[in-house]
Design a protein around this ligand. Structure first.
Ligand code: PEP
Ligand code: MN
Length: 340
């Protein structure tokens, strides 16, 4: 079962082309990755009937690897070094600790602009804000929709800050893409295969949240849907899972997923302590723990007046709290040899 072909550092272009031709003649697409030292070619598809020898005999091939997992493009075997995602001038992954902050929902121009300026001044690199909100109750505020996106565009321009926002359905992807720098897929949509396939075909990063009922394997298989479409820029986000305990916390933040994901994949791993706990007093301790566990970034809900928020006020930090939060995480960021 040939899944990944590693070319020797001295392989010529002609040898690489021959390997690619051979893969295609077996009916597979390829995922091509040219590193500084070696070229790695992944076979996309069900490779179970393809013996390693078919490729091992070709000149320039250093090794052929089988991956006995349901995901391979997401795996560390496929790409041993950390994937770094560029969003404008910002780099996500590697030695960077990236903070995304902003309100749960975009409610008004004044609310978003005020939050955007404040979180940027405090050191956040990316602004979040939901325009299409997936709400448990159909009677809850479900976002300003495209009007909200226009406000997000204004904030993006005014502060020259990249923005992330959730997209709920494949039909809305193109519209959201006009404004968003990163597309967010929420916990309720992690298993929405048509949506995953659609964002797999776009050329912008996707932050995929773990479904609150998903195992880590299911999370990685859903990630694979996006990568398989050709979009290599996926940020994974742990945001809490359902357990038996809901008395003190909204969800159970599974921080053990962070080192597991870092080991299994090359993709950046983020943590959302806001939805993960549902409580603003737990954001700081869980954020410190997430950074210590190896997270590449955090996504934090911030609202100028949480008591008036139309969604998730209880878990939102005030601007003042967020500003001191950014100071208080610094020692842990430094201890992990990362930079904000
Ligand atoms: C959100 O980030 O506002 C959100 C709805 O998150 P989740 O999908 O994790 O519930
Ligand atoms: Mn929210």
């Amino acid at each position: 079962m040939a899944d990944i072909i590693i070319m020797s550092p001295a392989a010529t272009k002609k040898e690489i082309d021959t390997v690619i031709k051979k893969i295609k003649s077996h009916g597979f697409d390829i995922n091509y990755s040219k590193g500084t030292e070696k070229t790695i070619i992944g076979l996309i598809g069900d490779t179970r009937g393809v013996p390693d020898e078919v490729f091992k005999v070709l000149p320039g091939v250093a090794n052929v690897i089988s991956i006995l997992k349901e995901y391979k493009l997401a795996s560390r075997e496929f790409r041993p070094s950390d994937t770094i995602i560029n969003v404008g001038k910002i780099q996500i992954g590697g030695k960077n600790l990236t903070i995304i902050a902003g309100p749960c929902s975009i409610e008004s121009k004044q609310q978003l602009l005020k939050t955007a300026g404040a979180i940027q001044a405090a050191g956040a690199k990316i602004l979040r804000g939901g325009a299409f909100k997936p709400r448990t109750s159909p009677y809850s505020f479900d976002g300003l929709g495209f009007e909200g996106l226009q406000i997000l565009r204004e904030a993006k321009r005014k502060f020259n800050i990249p923005v992330i926002t959730e997209v709920l359905s494949p039909e809305e992807v193109d519209g959201v893409l006009e404004i968003a720098d990163i597309l967010q897929i929420g916990t309720r949509n992690m298993f929405n295969y048509r949506l995953l396939q659609k964002v797999g075909r776009v050329r912008k990063p996707v932050l995929l949240k773990r479904a609150f009922s998903a195992t880590i394997s299911e999370f990685l298989s859903c990630t694979e849907y996006i990568l398989k479409g050709g979009n290599n820029e996926v940020i994974l986000c742990e945001r809490g899972i359902r357990t038996f305990d809901t008395h003190f916390t909204r969800n159970t933040l599974d921080l053990s997923a962070v080192p597991v994901l870092k080991k299994e994949t090359h993709l950046p791993v983020f943590v959302d302590p806001s939805h993960g706990t549902g409580r603003r007093d737990l954001i700081l301790p869980m954020s410190k723990a997430a950074i210590a566990a190896g997270a590449d970034g955090l996504i934090i809900e911030v609202h100028p007046k949480p008591e008036e928020a139309l969604s998730d006020g209880l878990q939102s930090l005030t601007i003042e709290m967020f500003t001191s939060f950014m100071e208080e995480i610094k020692p842990v960021v430094r201890a992990m040899d990362k930079k904000l």
